[in-house]
Ligand binder design. Structure first.
Ligand SMILES: Cc1cc2nc3c(=O)[nH]c(=O)nc-3n(C[C@H](O)[C@H](O)[C@H](O)COP(=O)(O)OP(=O)(O)OC[C@H]3O[C@@H](n4cnc5c(N)ncnc54)[C@H](O)[C@@H]3O)c2cc1C
Length: 443
């Protein structure tokens, strides 16, 4: 019996340090960094990163053999729950997406020479990366439908295609690209994974797309589309006869799906624990306002409808948190980069973002007009939180995974359902009726 919800004392000390560091050193920097470009931001962030390294918390997502801390998903989950309080914090700990997911992919799929070139610099925080699968003109929820082509020509791969939502591509040093190498193969063996370094001729970042979280990336000037000079953009990218050497393929031709799965398991846990960190923030704001604001001689906290909101939110956060930590535990105990824990991971991926939006919505409501202003972080949290029901797989796709996995182990019955009472009574009478008859006879 190994169920245990406690946290080891020495790890709790680390968590306490992280909480203090995020709230008192990272969040204040985040508030005043607007307008700086990436190289200026890197200068501003460098001392914070040094403090994380000094605490041995740098790159916590991979094992020491790859330059990380090797903590396992459960501990990583608890760290991400705190890092979720700030958009900047994962970067300061070098465990931000998409770099951490790409690092996982390179750790499992790359040769040692490729790791030297791309993985270890990522783990040291010397370079940035992009992951590019999604295309504007196909439903990318189904990656078997991607159209970007990659053909061998002599000792090079030649790439042609149109991608978008390639996060950070305007500033990253390389892109991990998923493209079709054999259109005739079985659907899950058509695509492969390649690294395309920044500046490779034929790869053009067309623009960073304006989004709900970054509406300012939208521009009316068709001749000068917005291209971000810092991380956080979602790029539209064209590949036009873009050539990379053959050794830029990760794994074998046709292993693209296999590798894509391996980068996702842990990443979804980290995503969801960061979302729970956001839930905690919205909830703390809600509670503070409830006890601080008065109406008709009472605090908001004394009103039953407000209490309802607070109680519902507390239970929702706790259930979402336990669901996510259980999924982390299943990866730690079953291994397989999450492939053995698909159901648990899919469950939390659609459940947790939904909880976040509900709780932020309640927090906005409780703050009244103030909640709707940009004077509080809630409106931004709500806008950026909405992406999480789409990014990394739309809710519906994850629901489908959950239902399919669960139904696989269910056996169909002929005739009445197995809980049909008259049938069960008949069977019970046949099996145990003599016991009832004997008691009745004795009376
Ligand atoms: C903020 C953000 C960051 C992102 N970062 C990256 C990135 O770095 N790299 C990258 O490659 N992509 C990235 N994406 C893209 C993201 O992964 C895709 O948007 C997502 O996989 C959905 O693909 P799609 O947009 O083509 O939607 P579609 O596949 O067209 O789906 C649209 C809608 O159709 C419905 N639907 C689709 N399939 C099903 C189904 N099987 N059953 C029922 N309903 C269904 C759902 O309502 C779904 O939302 C990012 C997206 C966002 C919002």
């Amino acid at each position: 019996m190994a169920w245990d919800f406690s946290t080891e004392a020495d790890f709790q000390e680390k968590l306490d340090w992280i909480r203090d560091f995020v709230d008192n050193e990272i969040i204040p920097i985040e508030l005043i960094q607007g307008g700086l470009n990436q190289s200026q931001l890197d200068q501003l962030w460098a001392p914070l990163k040094e403090k994380v390294k000094a605490k041995n918390l740098w790159s916590p997502h991979l094992g020491p053999e790859h330059g990380g801390q090797g903590m396992g998903q459960l501990k990583l989950g608890l760290i991400h729950e705190i890092l979720g309080r700030s958009e900047l914090a994962p970067e300061i700990f070098n465990c931000q997406g998409p770099d951490s997911g790409n690092a996982e992919l390179l750790a499992v799929g790359a040769t040692e020479a490729q790791r030297e070139r791309w993985l270890y610099p990522l783990m040291r925080g010397e370079v940035r990366s992009t992951f590019s699968l999604t295309e504007p003109h196909i439903a990318s929820s189904d990656p078997t439908a991607i159209t970007t082509q990659c053909k061998q020509d002599g000792d090079e791969w030649v790439i042609n295609g149109h991608k978008w939502y390639a996060s950070n591509a305007s500033v990253s040093d390389f892109t991990v690209l998923m493209a079709v190498t054999n259109s005739d193969a079985a659907p899950h063996q058509r695509a492969s994974m390649l690294v395309v370094p920044r500046g490779t001729p034929g790869m053009t970042v067309v623009r960073d797309v304006g989004t709900m979280s970054h509406p300012m990336h939208q521009t009316d000037d068709q001749l000068a589309p917005f291209i971000s000079d810092r991380i956080g953009g979602h790029s539209e990218v064209l590949f036009d006869n873009c050539r990379v050497p053959l050794d830029h393929m990760i794994g074998q031709p046709g292993e693209g799906f296999l590798l894509a799965q391996k980068r996702l398991g842990g990443g979804r846990i980290h995503h969801c624990m960061r979302i729970i960190g956001q839930c905690h923030m919205a909830f703390e704001m809600m509670c503070e306002r409830a006890v601080s604001r008065q109406t008709k001689g009472k605090t908001l906290a004394q009103l039953q409808m407000v209490q309802d909101s607070i109680a519902e939110s507390a239970v929702e956060i706790e259930t979402a948190r336990l669901l996510t930590l259980k999924a982390a535990w299943t990866i730690d105990t079953r291994g397989g980069h999450g492939s053995e824990s698909r159901t648990e991971i899919a469950m939390l991926k659609f459940h947790v973002p939904r909880i976040l939006l509900t709780i932020i919505d309640r927090a906005i409501q409780l703050h009244g007009a103030l909640g709707y202003t940009t004077d509080l972080p809630l409106e931004y949290m709500y806008r950026s939180g909405r992406a999480l029901r789409i990014a990394d797989g739309a809710d519906e796709v994850h629901k489908q995974t959950v239902a399919r996995q669960l139904l696989k182990s269910t056996t169909a019955v002929e005739g009445f359902p197995s809980m049909h009472i008259p049938t069960r009574k008949k069977d019970a009478w046949e099996k145990f009726g003599h016991l009832v008859s004997a008691i009745k006879k004795n009376e």
